[in-house]
Design a protein around this ligand. Structure first.
Ligand SMILES: [Zn+2]
Length: 852
């Protein structure tokens, strides 16, 4: 097989592209002139194309030498080979091609998105999604990130349709005889093909807000524009924040944020024309939960961070994708935290870090960065290790170097590589020169090795010496644990003889010791929670932490204590009953994120324990949550923070579902019946009421939810009722929800999530799994190719019985399924971990829960 990478003999400098889509027929035609530089004599030009018909191609130089090409298409390699009768001499040439293609329904390349217009008629958009390698489905191009070029796009569209691309409109020429207009956009900066975008259809913009002279608008289908004001606020803040942080001007001439009804991912950072799924951009501030607002803020900030990190400076090849995404993840939290400090987003990031630990503790994890041969392998990089682990290790580094030193390094990096491409090592070099520290040595273990350390902390001798010892954390033993230690920046805080002491230790070998002037009353490791490692305390150090007043530890430290203890439980190094004893200490907990960790562990137990243990587990959940739910009640009070409101919703929901509490269920159903569509409750309570009503409800509520899902006026309302359909427990209603996921009632971008929810529920998992097996091929055909089934199959981690596990293995063993990389192996290993947990802990839990 020929090399995956295109030859560099001929490189593009500037594309002039003209495309005319036919939204009704689902086709497009186009032509382009590409200014190329020929580096050495060659009679062949190779570029990418897929699913395109290329009608003609010729090339011409400045001297008027013009050669027609013979065109050979290699469908498998997604390439087109142009051969000329004589070698092209080095120098500038102009390559001209004309082509035609289809607007597909697979949410990639140039595709169609459909929606119902206000008057009930069917409407269509034509939208692009090019990352990673689908620009070649819209026009022949050098579709690799290192081939940066200037793009001048012209779109020929019907008069009535809006059209958006990366830059401002340069000119409009009417073509009255066809009822069309040709809209020419200004040239872009030199950039990669995967960042080009065009969107055509009946969209409407908001008024522009200005940030540093850059107009920002939100585009949506008619009737939804008013849901863009929150995103505009975030965007305005973020654009200014990043310009200041990076000390580099925004690299575009305008910024459009475009909500697309059918979208495979969360959002896409096309320079100046960012596309989003509707839930990630459009939101009604009055009726949204805190989590829904925070999601919009994060996605918007994330994509805007990419305008610099990713768009202005781009990875040279797909192995660098992790840095692109990890950095945008880090910056998104930094920006939203600066915007809304009361939202405590770095504490919330602890939840994301825990999600990365979950995958990275598997034998089938992978290093953050790995060699990528085929671009298809890059698609496996869009996972929790790239985003959350990557973001977490950058945060750890930032905290270790100091925020200003880190920022200075980032500035150097952007200036040195703007309008061009860079490698991970280029960032390390810039950070090294800003900090004077050996960055690659520090970072290599975190980037090029899978896994993370478990740091055990134990008192030695008379207790005045504390030993920190690292070893790889694994849920399942074996798998060839590498022995070389990580460079772990340990932070700790201790109280010794009445004084609070803060300390740091760079653990470079297996262990390290700290001598204190006396025996610490207590000691907390990973102070501030920024380290990408888990902590396990010896008994003499754990007891004082559990008995100290709650405020001794910061909320993120209490979160880590619970999260680390739960990880040890799942890994089998601590009995589940010890963990449940520990949860008793948190009955009075007030922090929202600590509760997230506790509730998630109860949810895991719910999926893992046999059915006859569930009533005991429900009783335990009620016992642990009672005090906090009573304190918060059902109604918000004026004084409290947004996080307290969110906590109220989360605890009520857990009480009414995991706790199966009849009183909470009764109250929820009464409220639901009383409020109707008035939605007068706090939105966080409202969302909980819907989830509980589904869990406790039947046919009547189901009908009602289905109708409200279809009639919803906000993306969040739509999602809330849709996802609630997966919460009903009767087999007939579960079957109906599954059917909705195939019949076109639920968008293919959403259906995989609904099926996943059912697989993760003890009531839905068996019928959902049978349904998945029966309709696998159909789902493969219908759902978005890169992301749909991968999302759906996350649900198999909930099939936590030995019989289901065996069935899952035989199903995937008998067919060639790949979601890229090791995703499927990771799901299967998580399932194995859960089933082992069940087999190991059931007997002890049966006794323990009977007494709960
Ligand atoms: Zn991103």
């Amino acid at each position: 097989m020929t090399s995956i990478r295109l030859p560099r003999t001929v490189v593009p400098r500037r594309y002039q592209i003209r495309i005319e889509p036919d939204l009704t027929a689902g086709t497009f035609v186009g032509d382009e002139t590409i200014e190329v530089a020929v580096g050495e004599p060659t009679a062949e030009v190779v570029l990418n194309a897929a699913d395109l018909t290329i009608a003609a191609a010729d090339i011409e130089n400045g001297a008027g030498r013009r050669l027609a090409a013979t065109i050979r298409v290699d469908e498998a390699a997604e390439r087109v080979l142009l051969r000329f009768v004589e070698p092209l001499q080095p120098g500038p040439w102009r390559l001209t091609l004309s082509f035609a293609g289809i607007l597909n329904d697979k949410l990639r390349g140039f595709y169609r998105s459909r929606f119902t217009a206000g008057d009930g008629s069917a409407a269509t958009l034509a939208v692009t999604q090019f990352e990673a390698t689908d620009a070649r489905r819209a026009f022949p191009c050098w579709d690799e990130p290192a081939f940066k070029a200037v793009f001048q796009v012209t779109l020929v569209v019907h008069e009535a349709l809006a059209v958006v691309s990366n830059t401002a409109v340069a000119s409009v020429r009417r073509i009255p005889e066809h009822g069309k207009r040709a809209v020419a956009f200004a040239p872009t900066i030199p950039m990669s093909t995967y960042l080009l975008a065009f969107v055509v259809g009946p969209l409407e913009p908001t008024d522009a807000v200005q940030a540093d002279g850059i107009p920002i608008r939100v585009w949506a289908v008619p009737g939804k524009g008013h849901l863009g004001s929150f995103a505009l606020e975030v965007a305005e803040f973020s654009l200014r924040f990043f310009r200041e942080y990076f000390a580099v001007a925004y690299p575009g001439d305008k910024l459009d944020l475009i909500a697309i009804p059918d979208f495979a991912f969360g959002a896409m950072e096309n320079l100046g024309a960012i596309t989003f799924r509707e839930t990630a951009l459009l939101v009604d501030q009055g009726s949204a939960t805190h989590a829904e607002l925070a999601r919009v803020a994060h996605v918007v900030a994330h994509e805007i961070a990419h305008m610099w990190f990713g768009d202005l400076v781009t990875m040279a090849w797909w192995n660098g994708l992790w840095l692109n995404e990890a950095f945008a993840t880090f910056m998104e939290v930094l920006a939203v935290d600066a915007w809304k400090p009361a939202w405590e987003r770095w504490d919330n990031f602890g939840v994301s870090r825990a999600a990365a630990f979950l995958t990275d503790g598997l034998r089938s994890s992978r290093p953050i960065e790995f060699a990528v041969e085929a671009p298809a392998d890059a698609e496996a990089m869009f996972d929790v290790l790239t985003y959350e682990k990557g973001g977490a290790v950058l945060r750890m580094l930032e905290q270790y170097l100091g925020p200003e030193v880190f920022r200075d390094g980032v500035r150097k990096y952007l200036i040195a590589h703007q309008f061009s491409n860079a490698e991970t090592t280029d960032l390390w070099q810039a950070l090294g020169s800003a900090s004077g520290q050996p960055i690659p040595e520090m970072m290599d273990g975190w980037i090029f090795r899978q896994g993370f350390p478990l740091v055990t902390v134990e008192a030695e001798g008379a207790g005045e010496t504390v030993c920190f010892r690292q070893r790889p954390f694994r849920y399942l033993a074996g798998g060839g644990d590498p022995m070389s230690p990580w460079l772990v920046p340990i932070t700790y805080r201790a109280r010794v003889r009445g004084d609070i002491m803060h300390g740091r230790l760079l653990l470079s070998t297996g262990d390290g010791r700290v001598d204190f002037p006396g025996k610490p009353d207590w000691l907390v490791a990973n102070e501030g929670g920024h380290g990408f490692y888990r902590v396990q305390y010896g008994r003499t150090l754990l007891a004082p932490l559990l008995h100290a007043p709650a405020e001794t530890l910061a909320p993120i430290e209490r979160f880590s204590l619970v999260s680390d203890a739960w990880a040890a439980t799942v890994a089998g190094t601590q009995p589940a009953t010890d963990f449940l004893d520990l949860t008793v200490r948190f009955r009075h907990e007030t922090d929202r994120h600590v509760w997230t960790s506790l509730v998630a562990s109860f949810g895991y137990l719910w999926r893992v324990v046999p059915a006859d243990l569930r009533p005991g587990l429900e009783a335990l959940v009620r016992d642990r949550l009672r005090e906090a739910t009573r304190r918060l009640g059902w109604s918000s009070r004026g004084e409290e923070s947004e996080l307290q409101r969110e906590l109220r919703g989360e605890l009520l929901r857990a009480m009414g579902t995991l706790g199966n509490d009849p009183g909470v269920q009764r109250e929820a159903r009464e409220r639901y019946a009383r409020e109707g569509t008035a939605e007068t409750s706090d939105p966080n309570v409202r969302a909980a009421v819907i989830a509980i009503t589904a869990y406790a409800g039947g046919e009547t509520e189901y009908q009602d939810f289905l109708a409200r899902f279809k009639a919803a006026t906000t993306p969040q309302g739509e999602q809330r009722y849709l996802r609630a359909l997966a919460g009903f427990r009767t087999p007939e209603l579960i079957r109906r929800t599954l059917q909705l996921c195939l019949c076109g009632e639920v968008r293919t971008q959403d259906a995989p999530f609904v099926v996943r929810d059912l697989l993760l529920s003890v009531h839905g998992r068996e019928p959902a799994w049978a349904f998945v097996k029966e309709h696998w091929e159909e789902m493969e055909r219908l759902y978005p190719s890169q992301s749909g089934l991968r999302r759906l199959c996350e649900g198999i981690t909930g099939l936590a019985t030995p019989a289901l596990e065996a069935d899952v293995r035989s199903f995937f063993g008998s067919r060639a399924v790949s979601f890229g990389g090791k995703t499927l192996e990771q799901y299967l290993e998580q399932l194995q971990v859960a089933v082992r947990f069940r087999e190991r802990e059931t007997a002890a839990l049966r006794v323990y829960l009977a007494q709960a």
